[in-house]
Design a protein around this ligand. Structure first.
Ligand code: F6R
Length: 592
């Protein structure tokens, strides 16, 4: 949600800012804008795409400094006036913002009393004016930013310049990501490292309550007391943050096809020479805890449902919570709970809210994330990275499989149970099989489903958890209403919805529940449903739609999730939808 880019120095700021905005568009946005100084502050912004923005800006821009922004509307409708960058009342402060200022109404009233008026409805415009107000009072911009940060409640990553200085970008951060890229004779700013990799592989990540000044050859960062902090520059792996489509038409299909290499890479990070390579302290803390609490949102929550089972297999009791539920009614079963949070982006606001509570209660915690340097990575007690490479498509695929794989490895590590490696290898053979042999068949099914209004997924146990994920993926990119139902729950209500022609997709890969699932198939067939069954060979029947080789059934989410992902992809494609950027959704959900 909301992407920030900024540049100061001799490289063409326009080239970087526009490339950067494109790179960040995976985060989701509805409007975009840029600002720079060339005989005064110039701002170009509008509702719509970055491509559209490019058509309204001057071809040649002579400026040493530029900021850009993609906005995902929170406060105020997506209109041209509400689009960032924002300019203060006295036209001195120009800035972009990612985050939400919770007390903006009080601050706005204060400023109105001081004679300020506003052209839009955003919280960002209020911050720009607050800086304007104190800057006029004291004439020291860094002092002003420090003071304003002390007044703001909520989250923010800010990139700012003033009308009287085209050599300095100012930055500030709390609970929204901001990274500085270090160049030779120029410096860059962005919401994450990906837009900057073409120009540098050295980065400084701001921590909460830090602010600073960035010029073309210097970066100075201060803490909330205004003391200078020495920040270590870190190097990032270009390969892992590259946004190259590598010849694929969409990121989603590219990322589905990267699942095998993702799983293999993950195994090599956490298991070598017949040994698990997790931090021994983490394993000790997990073993000593008497209850594991999984907290996550969306797809990551679905991975947590699976992970809970993995830990139960090794005699750990576990509960699973949706972050936005737990945050308002936190419970901590057990005397020594250990919290495992899961987040592809590492920036999900609902989870950051949970982390604050977890820290207040001094609870041991771990984040499983794909994003090194993210807020959760830096602030959790332990962090395990997924090493999946950047996931651009809004619909998470390879990161979900990586989350499940990592949870399987971690749980097995508690008991040094190395069989998990053979099981994962066998599951990967199934993934390859699906990639090489089943796509035409899945496309055919997608064509039959594309005009349907409702679709049901059925499964039990691990197949139910997979059904939840399959259903979420379908609805988010194809806009078809879909529900996942545990087979046994059908007759407790949902069966009332089954009517002639309704598609029901059934997973049967668990030997314990297979015969009950066959019973469920009969129940829906008798009521006219069109059933598509995905089964493992030893549990299959000739009439099934897809039969895959047998695998250790607890790995359904690794072995056959790609069937669900391809299906969602091909349905969305058949409907002519924007597969990688579904409406209303953002890759990184940085507001609650
Ligand atoms: C769906 C999807 C979302 C995310 C959710 C949490 O494909 O990607 O449901 O899983 O928004 O995001 P993270 O994992 O970044 O915390």
């Amino acid at each position: 949600m909301c992407g920030i880019v900024g540049a100061v120095g001799f490289i063409s700021p326009k080239e970087y800012v526009f490339k950067g905005l494109k790179m960040l568009d995976y985060r989701g946005y509805d409007s975009a804008g840029i600002a720079y100084i060339d005989n005064g502050i110039k701002i170009y912004k509008d509702v719509g795409s970055v491509e559209h923005l490019l058509t309204i800006v001057p071809e040649t821009i002579n400026s040493n400094i530029m900021i850009g922004h993609t906005r995902w509307a929170t406060h105020g409708a997506p209109t041209k006036l509400n689009t960032h960058p924002h300019l203060s009342f006295h036209k001195r402060i120009c800035m972009v913002h990612n985050g939400v200022i919770e007390n903006y109404k009080e601050l706005k009233s204060f400023l109105k009393e001081k004679g300020y008026s506003f052209y839009g409805e955003t919280d960002t415009e209020v911050v720009a004016n607050l800086i304007d107000y104190y800057y006029l009072e004291n004439g020291n911009i860094l002092e002003t930013i420090k003071r304003v940060m002390g007044l703001l409640k909520g989250s923010y990553a800010l990139s700012i310049f003033t009308d009287d200085d085209d050599q300095t970008l100012y930055v500030a951060k709390k609970a929204s990501p901001l990274v500085i890229g270090l160049g030779k004779g120029f410096n860059l700013v962005a919401s994450d490292a990906s837009p900057m990799i073409e120009y540098t592989n050295e980065f400084i990540e701001l921590d909460d309550f830090e602010f600073g000044a960035v010029t073309k050859d210097k970066v100075v960062i201060y803490n909330k007391d205004g003391e200078e902090v020495k920040k270590e520059a870190i190097q990032k792996d270009v390969e892992l943050i590259s946004h190259d489509l590598k010849g694929y038409p969409h990121y989603m299909i590219k990322e589905i096809e990267e699942i095998p290499q993702t799983v293999k890479r993950l195994i090599s990070f956490y298991f070598q020479k017949n040994k698990f390579l997790f931090d021994p302290e983490l394993i000790k803390d997990l073993k000593e805890s008497d209850h594991i609490i999984f907290i996550a949102c969306g797809t990551s929550y679905h991975a947590g449902l699976v992970g809970g089972r993995y830990f139960e297999k090794y005699d750990k009791s576990a509960s699973r919570f949706i972050a936005s539920e737990w945050a308002f009614h936190p419970t901590y079963p057990g005397k020594k709970p250990f919290i495992i949070m899961i987040s592809q982006s590492g920036e999900t606001a609902d989870l950051i809210h949970c982390l604050n509570i977890i820290k207040e209660h001094n609870l041991k915690n771990l984040i499983i994330t794909n994003t090194g340097g993210s807020t959760l990575d830096r602030n959790c007690m332990y962090s395990l990275l997924l090493h999946s490479g950047v996931e651009v498509s809004v619909a998470s695929t390879k990161a979900y499989v990586a989350q499940v794989t990592l949870l399987a490895l971690l749980a097995a590590a508690l008991d040094k149970d190395t069989k998990v490696i053979d099981d994962l290898t066998q599951a990967l053979d199934v993934v390859y099989d699906i990639q090489y042999h089943y796509k035409p068949l899945i496309m055919k099914v997608a064509d039959e489903l594309k005009d349907k209004k409702n679709i049901f997924y059925l499964g039990r146990s691990f197949d139910y958890f997979l059904s939840l994920e399959a259903s979420l993926k379908l609805k988010e990119i194809s806009y078809i209403h879909s529900e996942a139902i545990p087979g046994g729950e059908l007759k407790h209500g949902p069966i009332a919805l089954i009517e002639k022609g309704i598609p029901v997709i059934v997973f049967i890969t668990d030997p314990v529940t297979a015969s009950s699932m066959r019973g469920n198939i009969e129940e829906v067939k008798t009521r006219g449903a069109k059933v598509y069954t995905i089964a493992t060979k030893s549990l299959s029947r000739p009439e099934d739609t897809i039969m895959v080789e047998d695998y250790a059934y607890y790995l359904s989410s690794v072995a056959v999730s790609s069937i669900a992902f391809y299906l969602a992809y091909y349905v969305a494609l058949a409907k002519g939808l924007n597969v990688d950027k579904p409406r209303n959704l953002a890759k990184s959900v940085t507001v609650e």
